[in-house]
Design a protein. Sequence first.
Length: 78
Amino acid sequence: MEKTVSKSRFKLRALEYFRQIEETRQALIITDRGRAVLRIGPIAEGPVSEAGIFGKLRGSVLGYDDPFEPVGIEDWKT
């Protein structure tokens, strides 16, 4: 079962909770006024390869030679 902790308590001991999550490999639920709002958990075991998480993003970011030039100006109807 996942452990729960209030947002105010988490704020005071965040690093301690991070270490606990690393050691136990169990997630932690953060609550705000008794309502679950956030789940913090370990990343799946195994090496993170370039083809994994960030490989999917390769080539998806556009570069602009002139960052102040309007983008998609030809898409506007005049």
